[in-house]
Ligand binder design. Sequence first.
Ligand code: SF4
Length: 343
Amino acid sequence: MAQQLKALKCEDPLPLNQSERLNSALISWFEEFGKNYPWRSTNDPYEILVSEMMLQQTQVSTVLERGYYRKWLERFPDFKALSSAAEEEVLRAWEGLGYYSRARNLHKIAIAVMKDFEGVFPSDLSLIEGLPGIGQYTAGAVASFAFNAAVPAVDANIARVLARLFEFTERIDTSGGQKQLWKWASGLVPQSGARSWNSALMELGQTLCKAKSVQCQECPAVSWCLSENPLELPVKKSRPEITEIQEYVVFAFEGKRVLLEKETGRRRKGMWKLPERAAESLSGLNLLTVQKYGITRYRVTMNVYEAKKESALENEQWFSIEEVENLPMPSPYRRVLQKIIKV
Ligand code: SF4
């Protein structure tokens, strides 16, 4: 069958009878092999939205095995509970997941749902897209997973599967490439069963059609797949190189209080960290510890010096150990404090 389909140009949709057969093969495979994640056994848009926001930059294993998803739902069980929490509390609960704009957006969405929709998450795709921080993918995911709406949700896994299925040799990270993928996905998504269909394609990308390995012989789509060299697809712009940077901070501890600096940068705005200092100002101080961490395309080496007499500069403040426990703080700084003073 793949041979017959090769006569199609890659931008052609599959003939209707072929799409129906492909969809039914995908859904049957998913019903047999799909994993039973907690967000797959609920129709609650809040629980689904939380999973989608967490999974945008974080692996399923981290979200589940380290308990982030479960603990979040215990602490903020619905839009109402989340909307009434302070932003600091929301950021603290997100700590460890990184990319904190996701937590801020989730908080803003909860406030908007309470204020504009009387606490009931809208089912209409255009209303979902109008909520703060919700893009095309997240809107499609919540609409299809919570309301079974017949809309696609093209994430990185689905994009890879579609690019291989249709032997798409153009870049997928351009607006033209994205448009083409969404067009195929819209043409294929079934009128009923979109929830299972989107889940099936995602599962396929997570299990049999991975970025660096494929198991085509096990794949429910093998009869329709046009790809001859799947590992060469999808085509994307090469990743920016990792840049090494040094960060110099001080650990100042006086009268059982620690000095912290409030972040003003976009990514970690509102969180607290060890105060940064210029490297030249640290000569003669004791190097306490070194902590390495990654953030976007940077590999950071944090050098932590012990400061004996330190004054609070702008955006800096002294906190007791008990107060530090409740402050939102990026994980690398929390790890350093845990090492030094067991916070
Ligand atoms: S046949 Fe292979 S390349 Fe094609 S979708 Fe399935 S796993 Fe991916």
